[in-house]
Design a protein around this ligand. Structure first.
Ligand SMILES: [Fe+2]
Ligand SMILES: [Fe+2]
Length: 411
């Protein structure tokens, strides 16, 4: 009798797993990134597993299909990369040729089972009046991160810009559990109020690399293996007809001069016709906590600022200092209404540091955990710093680049 009851229980458990199949020993995270410049026509599914042999297929359709694999129009497989030291396999499924501004329903199949219920994302429109995004950095894995993620997702952003020092893994195999916690928070909460899954664009910080600075890609295994963004730590993204973004590596695994600086120049030349441009990176040119004369900040000002100034970069999202900051518009080392606004300073989850608010370039500096919400249009961007309780800690308007050039010429 006991054997029969045990068999029935086992059958019930197993049949339940076949519908949405994830047991405690079968770890899975699913999150979205971009691997190419045009964010309107593709998406990348990053799917974690702690087992070696398995097949993964993503099924997609523009209409809900209730999780029945064969009903979906698109069936996409990918490739995977192993991080053997921590027994982790990361599948990367890139889906190309998607329609812009379109909702796609999807279900992820692993070894014949659905990992989760049907979910959906939306491609960026090609032409639109407004894009919305959230920018921040320096999260770590404290409970505050879950709360901040929820608050960020509530603002209904198209995507999130994350500026490095993410799970504070320091490139160590022993940090696997930190990333699992971070990814759990991300997967659970980074959905808009109507359930849309939000993609992430991630820059590298010193805490992604063993040694922090002047390290190498092989010493930043989580960043390179967990985020399929084209394979490099510097790259560019185009968001609709509104904004071009350059993501940079502030001397963690790639030198800020040489090929990376050439890439920055080439990218801002490439984005010249767009209303807004932005850069996302970790160590600031204009810090709000650390010393302005620090050698790392000076080096980046010497190398990158002339390029930002030449091309009228609209905004630079900096991190690393664990504070909230916004500078005056700055061009070639001076306050200039036609210059670049440097902001953020990385305080999404980390405890805030005391700010050095006497610096000549700072309009705003606060020791406050926050993220920035950006509403960007052809005419400019509205930026608001949102605190832990949803309060607006700072706000500003940044004009379009056409207006910046006009203001600069009128001086
Ligand atoms: Fe940092
Ligand atoms: Fe940090």
């Amino acid at each position: 009798m006991k054997t029969v009851i045990l068999s029935i229980c086992l059958c019930l458990i197993l049949s339940g797993c076949e519908e949405v199949g994830q047991s405690a020993s079968d770890l899975s995270f699913v999150y979205l990134t971009f691997s190419q410049e045009n964010t309107s026509d593709h998406i990348v599914f990053n799917i974690h597993s702690n087992r070696e042999t398995e097949s993964v297929t993503v099924h997609l359709d523009t209409l809900p299909q209730g999780g029945q694999f064969s009903n979906y129009q698109i069936h996409q497989t990918g490739r995977y990369e192993d991080y053997k030291l921590i027994k982790r396999r990361v599948h990367r499924v890139t889906v190309n040729h998607l329609a812009p501004g379109t909702r796609y329903y999807y279900v992820v199949e692993k070894d014949g089972k659905a990992l989760d219920v049907e979910r959906f994302f939306e491609t960026l429109p090609q032409d639109t009046d407004e894009i919305r995004f959230v920018a921040g950095g320096d999260t770590d894995v404290g409970e505050e991160v879950a709360l901040m993620n929820k608050a960020a997702a509530q603002t209904n952003p198209h995507f999130v810009l994350m500026g490095g020092d993410i799970a504070y893994d320091n490139g160590l195999p022993t940090s696997a559990a930190k990333w699992d916690r971070w990814l759990r928070y991300w997967q659970d909460h980074m959905k808009t109020p109507d359930g849309r899954v939000i993609p992430i664009v991630a820059a590298i910080g010193n805490h992604e690399a063993l040694g922090g600075f002047n390290s190498s890609p092989s010493k930043a295994p989580y960043y390179y293996k967990y985020f399929e963004q084209g394979g490099k730590s510097y790259f560019r993204r185009n968001f609709s007809n509104i904004m071009g973004l350059v993501v940079l590596d502030s001397d963690h695994t790639e030198n800020s001069e040489g090929p990376q600086r050439d890439f920055l120049t080439e990218s801002l030349t490439h984005f010249n016709g767009l209303p807004l441009t932005a850069a996302l990176y970790h160590v600031g040119l204009y810090p709000s906590v650390r010393d302005y004369q620090g050698s790392g900040h000076k080096k980046l000002r010497r190398l990158w600022e002339p390029v930002f100034s030449k091309f009228n970069l609209s905004m630079a999202f900096e991190n690393h200092d664990h504070s909230l900051k916004r500078t005056h518009p700055i061009k070639n080392g001076q306050i200039d209404m036609g210059g670049t606004v440097y902001l953020v300073d990385g305080c999404w989850g980390k405890g805030p540091r005391e700010v050095n608010d006497k610096s000549w370039y700072l309009v705003q500096a606060q020791s406050k955990r926050h993220f920035w919400l950006v509403n960007a249009t052809k005419n400019g961007a509205r930026l608001r710093a949102i605190g832990e309780s949803g309060e607006v800690l700072d706000q500003t308007l940044i004009p379009s680049r056409a207006a910046l050039v006009t203001q600069s010429h009128q001086r």
